[in-house]
Structures are given as C-alpha cells and as structure tokens.
Design a protein around this ligand. Structure first.
Ligand code: SF4
Ligand code: SF4
Length: 254
C-alpha cells in the first residue's frame, strides 16, 4: 500500500481512537474491554499498513530526503503533540501500534518489575533522543529501523526483528520499555504532557488510601505527580473504590 494511503487510513483510525479514549476517560472506563479492542485494532493496523506509527514517521522526517513521508505526517506529529499538551497522551493510550502492543503484553499475568525513577529514566531518554536525532540528521538513517520497529511489523526475518521481540518480552515484565526509554516521540510527548490541561486527577472523594499509587505502573498516580508519563491505562481509576479519580481540568488536585 502506498505510504499516502496508509497514512490516511492510519490517521482516520488515530483520530477515532483518541476520541474514544478521551470519552472513556471522561466516563471512567479506561482499561475496559473497549479500550482493549481499540488497542488490538491499533496493533493489527501496525502489521497491515504500518500506521499510525508516529515515532517512526518522526524519525523519517528527521532523516529527510526521499525516505521522508509527506507533509501530512509532519502535521499529524505536531497535532498529536499539541493534543498531548491539552488532553494528555491519548495517542499513546491506544492509537500507537507500538504502545498498544506493549500494553497488551503487560496484561500477561505474573510478577512484574517496578522501576520508575523519573529523573534517571528522563535523563536516559534525553540522551537517547539526542543520539537518535544525530543518527537521523547526520547519517541520514532512521534509528528505529535498527530497533526492529519496521521489520517486526513487516514480519521480516531479520536481526533487527529479534531486537524488537526482545523489547516486547521485557515489556511483559516491565511496563512499556520502548515507550519509557527508547521512543523519541514519547520523550517529546512527556515534555508536552507535563503541563496537560485536561488530565486524570484526584477529586475530593480521595481518602488517600494509596490504592491507585500501588496500581500505577509508572508511578504517576501520586497526588503530586505531573502525569507526564501517564499512558492512560486506567489501572488507577479501575482500582479506586471511591471513584475519586476524574479526567478533568480542575485546578488543585487533592
Ligand atoms: S511512547 Fe512512543 S511508542 Fe509508546 S505509545 Fe507513545 S508514541 Fe508510541
Ligand atoms: S496514573 Fe498510572 S495507573 Fe493511572 S492511568 Fe496513568 S499510568 Fe495508568
């Protein structure tokens, strides 16, 4: 399928998925079966048309030249970053095939690793972002190719595919390793989402029982958290017995 057609189909799905996630967040239904269904479709689209894989398109834009996707990709990338600032990471929540794949794999039951030191993770991501941009701008190579993003979704038997599979396997144990360490777009999203206007916030019904804090795989449900690494998975809202977490724009969370 031509890149343009893939982008159009992927974009339509992406907009629909983000609207569905926003509505689910408002209704307190993040993490529901509908949420899972949207993620499954995202993964399937990743395999079928390799869209909407915006992290890869971002790096393709940085590479420039004939490999770069059309201007439409640039507009989409900028629009989704703006939405992250306004409404949180709706794209990461269900529309991104890479993120959705990891989210589904993390549902595999069993003991999980917890590591969420935000300063360490953000420093690592910043270094990786700079290295990836240098690779794209100076050597005109898309670094995500070497992490197997494209080859895995194309079902190619290549060494890069093994790298992506290894990342996915780690993702069964540790929440979203690609998103939280490697994704260049995710790092930009983290920066944009740090001041999100509409977000998951505790309301006055919160009893400080800390159930949400224990459920959150990224350590973002603390009352003082900025929410920039909130992937809107819904674990906190599902776990709260007091319906004390809203997707709202109210100032001064509890
Ligand atoms: S952080 Fe990157 S890979 Fe993960 S869901 Fe967001 S855009 Fe996709
Ligand atoms: S705060 Fe944590 S548990 Fe709640 S939706 Fe965000 S990432 Fe998931």
């Amino acid at each position: 399928m031509a890149d343009n057609n893939s982008l159009i189909i992927g974009s339509v799905f992406m907009v629909m998925a983000m609207v569905v996630v926003a509505v689910m967040a408002r209704k307190g239904r993040l993490g529901s079966r509908l949420h899972l269904a949207v993620m499954v479709i995202a993964v399937l689209l990743g395999f079928l048309i390799f869209a909407p894989v915006l992290p890869f398109h971002l790096m393709s834009l940085a590479v420039g030249g004939p490999q770069a996707p059309p201007a439409m990709a640039a507009v989409l990338i900028a629009a989704v970053l703006a939405i992250a600032f306004l409404m949180g990471r709706l794209y990461c929540a269900a529309a991104c095939p890479v993120g959705a794949f990891q989210e589904i794999l993390y549902l595999v039951p069993g003991k999980k690793w917890r590591y969420d030191d935000k300063r360490v993770l953000f420093a690592a991501r910043a270094v990786i972002l700079v290295a990836m941009l240098a690779t794209a701008l100076i050597w005109h190579q898309n670094p995500l190719t070497y992490l197997g993003v494209r080859s895995a979704f194309s079902l190619q038997l290549a060494w890069t595919t093994l790298i992506f599979v290894a990342i996915l396997i780690i993702g069964i144990l540790w929440y979203r390793p690609f998103c939280r360490v490697l994704c260049p777009y995710g790092t930009l999203m983290t920066i944009c989402a740090s001041k999100w206007i509409l977000g998951l916030r505790r309301n006055s019904r919160c009893t400080s029982c800390r159930a949400c804090e224990k459920a959150c795989p990224t350590g973002e449900s603390f009352s003082y958290s900025a929410g920039r690494d909130c992937y809107m998975c819904g674990r906190c809202t599902q776990r709260c017995k007091f319906t004390a977490i809203d997707y709202s724009n109210k100032e001064g969370r509890k």
